[in-house]
Design a protein around this ligand. Structure first.
Ligand code: TPP
Ligand code: MG
Length: 544
């Protein structure tokens, strides 16, 4: 039998068809034969040190590639990767989670098979909560249809899905019966027309419209449409933190990241004083809203997401965001004069001063000038993210961070996913020491596959983000010798960075070192934090 005529072969073929070229995971006996099928297919298996690493790598891969895939074993693997599925759900990243499972024949009389928790469907029930579609491939007649159904849902709703593959189904003959994809449903024409009329009227009557673009614009592939709208209208545009870099940050109309009181005051003023705020594809999360310091008046807001369009205080249901954006582009919106936007480039020295210790401010100023066109900034939650929010990303979508769900330990494995998705990109990984200790061992996987991210560890000996709010020994971590990790792995280059001159030398050497990863151990004072974290802390203190 040709491999594509089996259930597993069909699944592999459909993943390939949807542009997946790598599958991240860790094998186990319930999924071993499927791993063999993967290995023999045109998909490349990237086996990570830990399942969570596979989940984060696939999430980052999906953000760049449009779809990602993870393959793990039953419960011990599946439940470890559940947190990554949760993040992919919360931040709209279409990842396919494939788990091996006990065979259909093994389930008879409910035996106590290893890895089983309570019932055979415990893992399935959990993943139902974390995905937009899930399936157990236990029926050869239905398997292909089910595979198509869940993959279509992942692509349509840009969220994760779950496929459970009993081990005795791997080689079972498939019965391909392609159902037509429920392509993006067109919204209702009358509702769309009415919403557009009202929107255009509101926009044209306004003195200073401003666009705030969010992550859905990226996930639904609407960046070109957004750019057309900006070119057409010449409105100034900001992004949310989660949507950072979806507009090239050197675009003349780009204001900066808007996140209430956490961001730069000029951006905040411009956005909050607008008499017509056009929010496109933005999640109004607490972090995006600068921990609720944002002051957005719904009476002056037009808000479009993939789910609905609201204009001032009322909503239009059943309109698809793509059609709405297309409609705005075709409409008679009045063009404005090009906005005058002060350069956000923070004044400050980036030339090293001999003997001077590196501070967070200096580090980020220098990293900002270090960025090149092919670099992707990947920031872990913690001060790495807060400080990176004000970096100037040159191209589109070259900033990757879980800025809403905020699970620590994302950045190192994400760099694996990013480089598999696009080998021409070079990740600059910004990660706190606490986060690094959670998943930094994926540098081992990065070394195995010969990838070359530069990893900057912000070494402040613990959970710096938490200290200003409430400190105690629970915020301390052991200080590792991060720059010596290459000795353990037998790969990569390590740099110990204490002074500005050390930083300069390390960055230049890391840039040149393309035969493996580089890791910079940047020693910071324990109480040294970014301006954004300072503002965040002040605001949180008021709330807690
Ligand atoms: C998986 C996970 N566990 C715990 C937290 C809560 N948390 C948020 S920031 C933080 C401290 C992070 O420390 P580090 O990575 O060293 O960065 P720093 O705050 O020092 O910049 C913690 C524990 C989280 N966001 N994610
Ligand atoms: Mg730290």
């Amino acid at each position: 039998m040709r491999p594509s005529q089996t259930v597993s072969g069909y699944l592999i073929q459909r993943l390939r068809r949807h542009g997946v070229r790598h599958v991240f995971g860790v094998p186990g006996d319930y999924v071993l034969t499927f791993f063999r099928e993967l290995e023999q297919s045109r998909l490349r298996v990237i086996n990570t040190c830990d399942e969570q690493g596979a989940g984060f790598a696939a999430d980052a891969y999906a953000r760049l590639n449009g779809l990602g895939a993870v393959c793990i074993t039953y419960c011990v693997g599946g439940l470890k990767v559940a947190n990554a599925a949760a993040q992919a759900y919360a931040e709209k990243s279409p990842v396919v989670f494939i788990s091996g499972a006990p065979g259909r024949n093994e389930r008879v009389k409910n035996p106590l098979l290893h890895h089983k928790v309570r019932d055979f469907d415990t893992q399935m029930q959990i993943f139902r909560q974390l995905t937009v579609a899930s399936t157990l491939l236990d029926d050869p007649q239905e398997a292909c249809r089910e595979i198509d159904r869940v993959l279509d849902e992942a692509l349509r709703r840009k969220r994760p899905v779950y496929i459970e593959l009993p081990r005795d189904m791997v080689g079972v003959p498939a019965v391909p019966r392609r159902v037509r994809s429920p392509a993006a449903e067109p919204g209702e024409a009358d509702v769309l027309r009415e919403a557009l009329e009202e929107a255009v009227e509101m926009i044209n009557a306004a003195r200073n419209p401003v666009i705030v673009a969010g992550v859905e614009i990226h996930r639904f592939g609407l960046q070109d449409q957004l750019l057309r709208l900006i070119e057409k209208t010449s409105f100034p545009v900001a992004t949310t933190l989660l949507g950072k870099s979806l507009v090239g940050e050197s675009h003349p109309n780009y204001l900066g990241v808007y996140w209430g009181g956490m961001g730069r005051p000029e951006v905040r003023k411009r956005v909050e004083s607008s008499d017509c705020l056009i929010l496109l594809g933005a999640f109004l999360t607490d972090i995006n809203l600068g921990i609720f310091t944002a002051r957005l008046d719904p009476g002056r807001t037009l808000y479009a997401t993939s789910e609905k369009v609201s204009i001032r205080h009322h909503s239009y249901e059943g309109i698809c965001m793509e059609e709405f954006l297309e409609g705005l582009n075709r409409s008679g919106i009045r063009r404005r004069a090009r906005p005058r936007i002060a350069s956000p480039a923070r004044p400050g020295r980036t030339r090293p001063e001999p003997g001077k210790r590196v501070s967070v401010r200096y580090l980020f100023r220098r990293l900002n000038t270090f960025l090149e066109e092919n670099m992707v900034v990947i920031a872990d939650p913690g001060d790495a993210l807060f400080a990176a929010a004000e970096m100037r990303i040159r191209r589109e979508t070259e900033f990757v961070s879980p800025a809403y769900y905020a699970s620590l330990g994302f950045a190192v494995p994400a760099s694996l996913g990013v480089q598999c998705a696009n080998r021409r990109l070079r990740p600059l990984v910004l990660v706190g020491d606490g986060a690094f200790q959670m998943s930094g061992m994926e540098l081992s996987t990065i070394a195995r596959y010969g990838l070359d991210p530069s990893v900057v560890v912000l070494n402040n000996r613990g959970y710096g983000t938490e200290r200003p709010r409430l400190d105690g020994p629970f915020n301390d971590v052991l200080e590792w010798r991060y720059s010596r990790i290459p000795e353990v792995l037998g790969a990569g280059r390590g740099f110990d960075v204490r002074t500005e001159e050390d930083l300069e030398a390390a960055l230049l050497a890391a840039r040149k070192h393309t035969r493996g990863f580089s890791i910079l151990d940047v020693h910071l004072e324990q109480d040294d934090i970014s301006d954004a974290l300072e503002r965040l802390t002040t605001s949180l203190r008021k709330r807690v």
